[in-house]
Design a protein around this ligand. Structure first.
Ligand code: UDX
Length: 441
């Protein structure tokens, strides 16, 4: 099949590469000339395990193509995936200018039937806006070409995006045209072999499904963080509570890990956007506001523990900090809890020696090459040099079993602040270290 993908960012690239990998012809289009030039040379702008190889292999096999030429891209595919960004507006709603610009461009250039597929996470009602935009432009052109608009939200997790695409839990297809649903079924058949995971529904429900999934997961996390804060006051251990409730299959073990808050490009943005949509439709979504507020507060919990430990005076203290990315296996620092912790520490006069296996270059992009109070260290152990204490913000695998004896010798104040509950408190304390975690006595 012939497929065009608009937007060569995270979602667009993964979608394009995976669709090419199963034998389709795919054209990826982006307006950023530099990005396209680099992609043609096999240089990938983001870190995602396996993606670079997949892009290179499929390019070499002649199945994956890149262009900045809209006309060429639109002529190419029957399927026109829209995977451009929807950055949050100041008021939290998703900005649709890129999505609608693509719709307009498709309408300007199309000469035959096209299936326009919204892959970006867009507010409920966007497919209607896309359809109206296309109709308007076709009207101006005096053309009566047929097209369909489909909502087909992505559920990729950073760090396991290729697997999520290749072996999805579900494929949501929102369309009001049964013939289009059949086309999409055919397109997704290679990813839908073991049992039928494709769920077809009306367009608005498909659009809402994406937000509902992310809001539910964010709610689970904020719920656990709230209980963790309560457990601290009650002298209970949230890790025991987590095991206790996770064993109930109705609750389940996933997404109930307490910590220093959720980050990333999806949860914070989508919870806000859904809240905003609710308000636009005259409904006050109180639970969503609470989920967001709990998370904002949670990102500061580590800093609060640190200040309490030092009785409010952090001037001149040196902190080793492990983990900058918003979660392991990514270099993404969007809405990362590390940023809140680092900003607060620097504002309080402390110095931070930070290490992350993948995100250092991203930190440099955000904070500049030589920011005051922040030093980038390209090796985990070197962060400990002359450090007073250690802070853990992201649960990278390589942080799982450090040499506590050595830590106890190196850290001047012999204290660890762990935002991800990585260690057994008893074990850490046996090594003469003080240990602060989230929701643990
Ligand atoms: C998420 C959704 O999982 C995915 O389906 C959607 O398409 C995009 O958003 P992603 O943002 O890549 O994916 O990361 P995810 O693994 O879901 O983690 C999100 C955040 O929640 C991270 O900051 C993580 O550290 C945090 N988290 C996750 C917790 O604090 N506790 C948990 O139990 C699980």
């Amino acid at each position: 099949m012939k497929i065009t993908v608009f937007g060569s960012g995270y979602v667009g690239l993964v979608t394009g590469a995976c669709l090419a990998d199963v034998g389709n012809q795919v054209m990826c289009m982006d307006v950023d000339q530099r990005k396209i030039d680099q992609l043609k040379q096999g240089i990938i702008p983001i870190y995602e395990p396996g993606l670079e190889e997949m892009v290179k292999d499929n390019q070499a096999a002649g199945r994956l193509h890149f262009t900045t030429d809209a006309k060429e891209a639109i002529d190419f595919g029957l399927f026109q995936f829209v995977a451009v960004g929807t950055p949050p507006d100041e008021d939290g709603s998703a900005d649709l200018k890129y999505v609608l610009a693509v719709a307009k461009s498709i309408a300007e250039h199309m000469t035959e039937y096209k299936v326009i597929i919204d892959k970006s996470t867009v507010p409920v009602g966007t497919a209607d806006k896309v359809r109206n935009t296309v109709l308007e432009v076709l009207g101006k052109r005096g053309e009566q070409l047929e097209f369909d608009v489909v909502s087909n939200p992505e559920f990729l997790k950073e760090g396991s995006a290729l697997d999520d695409f290749m072996k999805p839990d579900r494929i949501i297809v929102g369309t009001d045209n049964p013939r289009t649903a059949e086309l999409l079924k055919e397109l997704y058949a290679p990813f839908n072999r073991s049992r039928d995971r494709l769920i077809a529904m009306d367009i608005r429900s498909a659009e809402l499904t994406k937000y509902a999934a992310n809001a539910m997961l964010a709610t689970k996390i904020s719920f656990m963080n709230e209980l963790a804060n309560l457990a601290e006051r009650l002298g209970a251990d949230i890790e025991n509570v987590r095991h206790g409730i996770g064993s109930d299959s109705r609750i389940g073990y996933s997404f109930i890990y307490p910590g220093c808050g959720y980050g990333g490009s999806c949860f914070p943005k989508d919870v806000k956007a859904l809240e905003r949509t609710a308000r636009d439709y005259g409904y006050n979504a109180e639970l969503l506001s609470a989920v967001e507020n709990v998370n904002d507060r949670q990102k500061l919990r580590l800093f609060e523990k640190i200040t309490a430990h030092y009785s409010g005076s952090l001037q001149g203290k040196v902190f080793a900090l492990w983990g900058l990315a918003f979660k392991p296996n990514t270099d993404d620092m969007r809405e990362a809890p590390s940023r809140v912790v680092i900003d607060a520490l620097i504002a309080a006069g402390a110095k931070v020696q930070a290490y992350d296996p993948e995100a250092l270059h991203e930190a440099k992009r955000i904070y500049g090459d030589q920011p005051a109070g922040l030093e980038y260290v390209d090796n985990q152990d070197d962060t400990l040099k002359a450090a007073d204490a250690l802070i853990i913000v992201t649960e990278w695998k390589q942080f799982r079993s450090p040499n506590f004896e050595q830590l106890s010798l190196l850290l001047k104040d012999k204290v660890i602040f762990d935002g991800r509950n990585m260690y057994d408190p008893k074990h850490v304390r046996q090594n003469g270290l003080e240990y602060y975690a989230i929701g643990r006595p």
